[in-house]
Design a binder for this molecule. Structure first.
Ligand code: PHB
Length: 368
């Protein structure tokens, strides 16, 4: 498949998202990089990393913990302490100085954690006490997931309050908006899908009940942010983190119908299954039901992204690995330049190697 000339390519057309104008339709996907500093505070190295990628029409931060009990991996940043807010403020200031836009992805990992990482060695929390298959990434290496503790119905307001407090901190830190992470087997997704939610109260059973927590979280964060500054991420058929739903199409049709009533900035969908490569859900149907701006993600290339935009199957495309390895990805697409190869070994954790040392085209020219 061939790419379009820059003047014909929908990737480089601006996009109005509420009162924000995105200079192009290339979004940097949320990417866990495990390089936060002491206290899970963003560092100057993290500032450099995001600033290098500022030519994306929109940057979305790596998933960021809403509370200390929302954490599931070493060295992932939070947005619940003053020091974290200050660290993120440096990042948003630097991005804005360069003319960029940046949303923060708000994260609660639910059962994808381990007591050794949590306050007082508490059990991870989840909709139901169902142990996921697989291992947690802990400070002491990989350890099998434990059976989580099912949240009591009386604890739900505290979880929602943590989302509101984090959303408010994201405002204080100067973000342009927030993305509620409701994908990939983490807490909100655990509520949505019937493989992880077997509750028999108002948060389980029917899809209306399973999506109640996401609906309530959105109502609550909309007290802090205008609705057009709030996005949501879903992954209807992704089985990463041992999660499944018996009827992904009908479940997520209903979820998207609910989301369409929230007048959001966008719906961000990981289309397919990261693990097995399947793609059975009708994403065009989800986009149609949502009605607002639809951001697609899942291994898109320049050519497939242009095709999706041209056919009206997406309004923006989020690129993950391509933005890891190519800080100036839009310029490379425009010029038809070669792309740097991402180095998997340095995706998670470490220092500047594989993080801020991928060269931009200008730097490559100087070296040549
Ligand atoms: C990961 O750390 O591998 C990770 C984190 C958040 C996601 C997906 C993957 O949404």
């Amino acid at each position: 498949m061939t790419t379009l000339t820059p003047s014909k390519s929908p990737l480089f057309m601006s996009l109005q998202m509420g009162d924000l104008n995105l200079s192009n339709r290339m979004v940097m996907a949320p990417l866990t990089r495990n390089r936060a500093g002491e206290g899970n505070v963003p560092t100057d190295l993290n500032t450099l990393y995001y600033t290098q990628r500022v030519s994306a029409g929109l940057l979305i931060t790596e998933a960021t913990q809403i509370s200390e009990t929302a954490l599931g991996y070493p060295a992932t940043p939070g947005i619940h302490s003053d020091a974290q807010v200050k660290g993120w403020k440096k990042i948003t200031d630097a991005v804005h100085k360069e003319g960029g836009l940046i949303f923060m992805q708000l994260w609660h990992v639910g059962r994808i954690s381990h007591p050794s990482m949590l306050p007082d060695n508490m059990l991870p929390v989840a909709p139901s006490a169902i142990q996921p298959q697989g291992d947690a990434v802990t400070y002491d290496g990989m350890q099998p997931f434990v059976t989580p503790r099912a949240l009591g119905v009386q604890e739900i307001p505290d979880i929602i309050a943590d989302y509101v407090s984090a959303a408010n901190n994201a405002r204080l830190a100067g973000f342009d908006g927030i993305e509620v992470h409701s994908a990939n087997g983490y807490l909100l997704d655990e509520f949505l899908r019937d493989g992880s939610n077997t509750r028999d109260d108002i948060y389980g059973g029917s899809v209306e009940n399973r999506m109640r927590l996401l609906d309530e979280v959105l109502n609550a964060v909309k007290e802090v942010w205008p609705s057009k500054r709030v996005g949501v991420r879903l992954s209807p058929e992704n089985q990463f983190n041992d999660i499944q739903d018996s009827q992904p199409q009908s479940t997520f049709n209903a979820v998207v119908d609910m989301l369409s009533k929230h007048d959001l900035a966008y719906l961000h969908v990981l289309e397919g299954d990261m693990l097995n490569g399947g793609r059975e859900v009708d994403y065009v149907e989800l986009k149609r039901r949502f009605g607002g701006l639809y951001m697609a993600n899942m291994g898109y290339t320049q050519a497939t992204a242009e095709e999706a935009l041209t056919e009206g199957n997406a309004d923006m495309i989020a690129f993950g690995q391509l933005f890891i390895a190519n800080p100036d990805l839009p310029a490379r697409f425009i010029r038809g330049a070669s792309l740097n190869e991402p180095d998997q070994a340095t995706f998670y954790g470490g220092d500047e190697k594989g993080y801020t040392d991928y060269p931009a085209l200008e730097a490559e020219k100087k070296l040549a």
